[in-house]
Design a protein around this ligand. Structure first.
Ligand SMILES: NC(=O)c1ccc[n+]([C@@H]2O[C@H](COP(=O)([O-])OP(=O)(O)OC[C@H]3O[C@@H](n4cnc5c(N)ncnc54)[C@H](O)[C@@H]3O)[C@@H](O)[C@H]2O)c1
Length: 318
């Protein structure tokens, strides 16, 4: 009998998969206090986890643990060194959330370009006649977008951008030019070489030493003052202080942020008061459909692992 710990709420249809199996039991908990986790964790063979932290202390205490299954694709909440040392398999929901995140990018791009709720407010306020005096909105048609990172989300996004007849540039040193061209994009080798011509930038890369603060004030100074930057990847890839300054000094036009350097962001974070930013609370993948897919895939990965048929594409190469 395999014992699975589900840390934080996941969609019922995922849990249902475990209920159907006589050779698995599970416990689902919402309380992620490290001390509580530490007292329970040693009983479990597998863990399904959302955003709670699994530090080295917890992982080393979990002596039976064979698999950690992330509800999502990022895994910066898990201590990778201990996972490696202990030879634990780390799985992600590789096919579940790219479409939802790509749609969220379009939602942000459209909102910022079309003045958020401006038109709706105008009509409701009885100001229909002021329609000629409202601030200008812009089109996506024929605009240049740079997609940074051409993995699952980047490749899903390009299809949506092509649907809007945008001119798509892609930067990803690990993806072949032919692959990018086959989906209608143009490969660029450096951000610097293209950034002065770009209307939208959307980030789909991991955060690491190379990508931290990749979008900084110096780079923003090279952008068009109409440029809009969207970050649904990870906080810290854009330097938040620099972004706020660039927006206030009209160096760029706007930004859409789903992710933050610190989550939740502090109430003092000036971006929270900056009207040029469109915000969401790390919810790019929170569609009803995607939550269901992620819940199921998180649990299916655990079951497949113990059935010795876990798809390699779901396993993080460490
Ligand atoms: N907001 C959310 O809810 C949400 C949901 C899903 C994914 N994410 C985040 O979005 C990002 C992308 O996710 P994904 O599933 O597409 O990941 P992925 O691993 O499929 O793709 C990442 C791509 O980035 C490329 N890359 C790495 N370093 C790069 C660099 N310096 N410059 C350009 N390209 C680089 C890789 O070659 C890879 O193709 C990740 O950071 C992930 O954590 C956020």
């Amino acid at each position: 009998m395999k014992k699975i710990l589900i840390i934080q709420k996941i969609h019922e249809s995922g849990i249902e998969l475990l209920r159907k199996r006589k050779d698995f039991t599970y416990e689902a908990i919402d309380n992620v206090e490290p001390e509580l986790l530490k007292s329970q964790i040693q009983e479990f063979d597998g863990i399904a986890i959302r955003t709670a932290k699994l530090n080295s202390d917890l992982i080393n205490k979990a002596t039976k643990l064979k698999i950690i299954s992330r509800h999502g694709v990022g895994y910066d909440n898990i201590d990778i060194e201990s996972v490696k040392t202990r030879n634990i398999t780390l799985a992600i929901t590789g096919t579940a959330n790219a479409a939802a995140v790509a749609e969220h990018v379009m939602f942000m791009i459209l909102n910022i370009s079309k003045g958020k709720e401006m038109y709706d407010k105008c009509v409701r306020a009885g100001e229909f006649k002021k329609r000629n005096q409202l601030p200008k909105v812009i089109e996506l048609w024929n605009k240049k977008i740079l997609i940074a990172g051409f993995g699952r989300v980047g490749q899903s996004l390009i299809k949506r951008c092509k649907g809007f007849e945008m001119d798509v540039y892609v930067i990803d040193p690990f993806v072949e030019k032919n692959k990018i061209q086959s989906l209608g994009g143009k490969k660029v080798d450096t951000i610097d070489s293209i950034v002065a011509d770009i209307d939208y930038i959307s980030l789909h890369i991991p955060i690491n030493e190379k990508t931290k603060n990749m979008i900084n004030f110096d780079l923003m100074k090279k952008m068009k003052n109409t440029c809009i930057i969207i970050n649904t990847a990870r906080g810290g890839i854009i330097n938040e202080g620099d972004l706020n300054k660039a927006l206030n000094e009209n160096i760029i036009y706007g930004a859409g942020l789903d992710v933050f350097e610190n989550e939740p962001p502090s109430n003092n974070n000036p971006l929270l008061k900056n009207k040029k930013v469109f915000l969401s609370p790390h919810t790019a993948s929170f569609t009803e459909e995607c939550m269901k897919r992620m819940g199921k895939e998180t649990i299916q990965n655990i079951i497949d692992f113990f059935d010795k048929k876990l798809d390699k594409s779901m396993i993080v190469k460490l």
